[in-house]
Design a protein around this ligand. Sequence first.
Ligand code: NAG
Ligand code: NAG
Ligand code: NAG
Length: 346
Amino acid sequence: MKTFVALILLGILIKSSTSILRTSSSQVPNFPEFVSVGVLNGLEILHCDSEIRRTEPKQEWMKRVTEDDPNFWYWTTRLCVDSVQTGKENIEKVKRRFNQTEGVHMWQWMFGCDWDDETDDITVYLQYAFDGEDFIYLNLSTESWVVVKPEALITKEKWVKSGAIQLAKQYIHKVCTVGLKNYVRYGEKTLKRTELPLVALLQKSSSAPVTCHATGFYPDTARLFWTKDGHEVLEDVDPGEILPNGDGTFQTSVSLDLSSVPSKDWDRHHCVFQLFGDKNKHVTRLDQSKIRTNGERGSHNLTQNDKCKNPPTSIITAVVVVGLIIIIIAAYLPLYRFLFLHLSHS
Ligand SMILES: *[C@@H]1O[C@H](CO)[C@@H](O)[C@H](O)[C@H]1NC(C)=O
Ligand SMILES: *[C@@H]1O[C@H](CO)[C@@H](O)[C@H](O)[C@H]1NC(C)=O
Ligand SMILES: *[C@@H]1O[C@H](CO)[C@@H](O)[C@H](O)[C@H]1NC(C)=O
């Protein structure tokens, strides 16, 4: 799946992205069988699932959407409710096609666009995945469906016959040029802010790599890396992914294996955090007395802040473990409905 690119340059937002991810799943314990999530620059803005059965704003400022579209909540809720049933039918069809009628499965539809507000370029993707693997996607430059799994060939034939691409294109135009730009306008203050992380050095045992963990930063376009004598260390490092904290901020970590470094040389190392487009670097020296371990050596206690930010991460990890990575929304009724009800009849 694509990652979303949001670039903040000296506080000026020049690239935004929005996406919608709908997931129909079967036999996943404690997880709604249908979930639709709208994301803007890594921030969840809209949510609907088969349990709440309505579309809700996840950010206060998304309530302003009715200024431009008074029926927004009505029709997005209807789409959601309709999609619960069609999603269920579709996942059953796809499962049969893969001859996998038992066990945990997932059928995902993901649509998104990136907008560069300097050049006004918009790039779009629309793709389907089964059990986390690409199934079929739309290549807009050739205006054709690209079959990834042989099982998707029948789907492609049906969609070619129905002229789905033209409708998809109109939909993309509306969501990307109207929706995305409006959302960016509503959430301007939130989206253009920057937040610096809390950085901690962690180590599981005295022989384990030292992990530099940064949490609470925004936006998600950031880098965390190790340096030695001011030069970036490229060997013996293990960078982690940038993950959402669930409160609109992000966290990441990078580990450094110091097993061959004499302890007197440790403090030549620094952990560096840098937001993309920001010249300032936020540097933490590898001070052995500041490393937190499992109780025995740490000089730091977890702060209230750490405690608040850690639980959502474990929730997110659990979701990822089940294989459900959830993302986006923005939508305009006729075409959205078309994509939901028609395209998804694979
Ligand atoms: C589907 O699975 C069944 C049972 O494992 C097997 O007998 C059948 O040949 C499979 N069909 C296909 C199309 O793979
Ligand atoms: C779409 O098709 C063009 C032309 O064949 C190709 O260059 C491009 O890489 C394709 N894009 C994707 C995402 O497959
Ligand atoms: C950590 O918390 C314990 C128990 O509250 C306290 O005794 C200890 O002094 C604290 N350590 C630091 C470094 O704050």
